[in-house]
Design a protein around this ligand. Structure first.
Ligand code: G4P
Ligand code: NA
Ligand code: NA
Length: 194
């Protein structure tokens, strides 16, 4: 997605060979015009997939998911990282391991909001090692729902997450796929023409 890649080049900060900071439009301050374009792009790619629900994870997955949900006319459910005050035992729970923090945390979604009739589009901001997406896939599976695919705003294609998910036969659409962050420079895989 051209607009997104331009934004990354213009505003992204390469913090290391592995980490790209995009706080000015995605992870802290949010650019609603860009988020709308991203949501519409996901919606257009999945318009014939029969999506009934978008499933994401707090917090940075929510903004792009909202615009995709708005365009597709479906609700957005976000997995919680912390147990909510109104916690019940009516939850699907999955473990998500963070390689960078070297810790494993539970994520959860109420059983009220995903069911066996649902066709789910999973959306997240980053795809790195894929652990968050694997956790969301686990939850969708527990609900006996169907996963139509995974929409990612920024994939770091030099890390293993994309391979891990696609090897399961799951469709992954990333709107920007980064080949390298070496030498303080963002380099994209160029197969994506949108
Ligand atoms: P890992 O799979 O590589 O171990 O990822 P990890 O769990 O450590 O990721 C921690 C957070 O960092 C996640 O967001 C993830 O989306 C994000 N992330 C991973 N790589 C990058 C990167 O290169 N740049 C940026 N900006 N973020 C990255 P989170 O903690 O769940 O935060 P949020 O969704 O509330 O923003
Ligand atoms: Na994030
Ligand atoms: Na995230």
């Amino acid at each position: 997605m051209k607009l997104l890649k331009e934004k990354i080049v213009q505003h992204g900060k390469v913090l290391s060979e592995n980490v790209l900071k995009v706080d000015t439009f995605l992870n802290h301050q949010i650019d609603p015009v860009l988020m709308q374009a991203i949501g519409e792009e996901f919606a257009s790619r999945y318009k014939d997939a029969g999506i009934t629900k978008i499933v994401t994870i707090e917090s940075s997955g929510i903004a792009p998911s909202m615009f995709a949900g708005l365009t597709l006319g479906v609700s957005v459910v976000f997995a919680r990282k912390r147990k909510s005050l109104t916690l019940s035992d009516n939850l699907y729970t999955a473990q998500v391991h963070s390689f960078t923090k070297n810790e494993t945390n539970d994520i959860s979604v109420s059983k009220d909001f995903i069911g066996s009739e649902d066709v789910v589009l999973i959306i997240d901001d980053f795809l790195a090692n894929g652990q968050a997406v694997l956790g969301l896939l686990d939850i969708v599976e527990q609900a006996n729902a169907t996963t139509a695919g995974v929409g990612i705003v920024i994939e770091k294609g030099f890390q293993t997450g994309g391979e891990l998910i696609r090897a399961r036969g799951i469709r992954v659409d990333s709107l920007a796929n980064i080949k390298s962050l070496a030498n303080g420079k963002v380099e994209f895989f160029e197969e994506d023409s949108t």
